[in-house]
Write a protein that binds this ligand. Structure first.
Ligand code: SF4
Ligand code: SF4
Length: 208
């Protein structure tokens, strides 16, 4: 199981530039989603006049369902500078995969919670790392798309776009680079990779 928690208000505000479409996922009722906190924060963001649409749906991790949802709001999405998604890491990755030319950001971090994992076959995976990197990596998870779960890739071993650990797998960091190149956001790769302190109960990062 997993649990989502909001990123800090400052972190989210820094993402909100220009016109913003917000997508909330209230799909997994059996896991905790900070609905009330997200709603309050979104009201504050909306007061600044940047938010053009708020879409609240369920199971955005289901690609077929999500494709239909996005189509319904495509005029607003096409006009937006940013799509801000409040869901677990799987949901954000699903939205980002449909909106190749759009900046798709995560409003939440995803953490592990002991219990039943669920059996839905999903296209994307989230390692529930506790500090979502999708906002730096073009919506592609470096924890699950890279065989070494590098947060400061790439490792240098990929060949012809394939991972050195698994030749049948595309190198996750090459995918991240290509995506950021397409978004003209390669400067994002200069983000300070932080070392996580796994001894801390809240998995808070510490600067090198
Ligand atoms: S970076 Fe990957 S593993 Fe970590 S919360 Fe985001 S999607 Fe999940
Ligand atoms: S080749 Fe790419 S995906 Fe494979 S371990 Fe290295 S950086 Fe990660």
């Amino acid at each position: 199981m997993l649990i989502t928690q909001l990123k800090s208000k400052e972190a989210i505000e820094a993402l909100v530039k220009g016109k913003v479409v917000i997508i909330n996922c209230h799909g997994c009722k059996e896991v905790y989603f900070p609905e009330h906190e997200a709603e309050e924060l979104q009201k504050e963001l909306a007061a600044n006049g940047n938010v053009t649409t708020v879409v609240t749906t369920d199971y955005i991790c289901n690609p077929d369902h999500q494709c239909l949802q996005l189509k319904k709001h495509m005029d607003k999405i096409a006009d937006a500078d940013t799509v801000l998604v409040f869901s677990c890491g799987v949901g954000v990755q699903t939205v980002a995969s449909f909106l190749e030319d759009k900046k798709v950001f995560a409003g939440c971090d995803t953490l592990p919670l002991p219990g039943f994992q669920g059996v839905t076959p999903l296209e994307f995976d989230c390692g529930r790392c506790g500090e979502c990197y999708l906002n730096y990596t073009g919506g592609i998870c470096p924890i699950t798309a890279c065989s070494k779960s590098l947060v400061n890739g790439q490792c240098g071993g990929s060949k012809n776009g394939k991972c050195e650990v698994d030749k049948d797998m595309d190198c996750g960091w090459e995918r991240i680079y290509r995506k950021l190149e397409k978004l003209n956001k390669l400067d994002t790769l200069k983000y300070p990779a932080k070392v996580r302190n796994y001894n801390h109960p809240d998995m808070v990062s510490e600067d090198n």
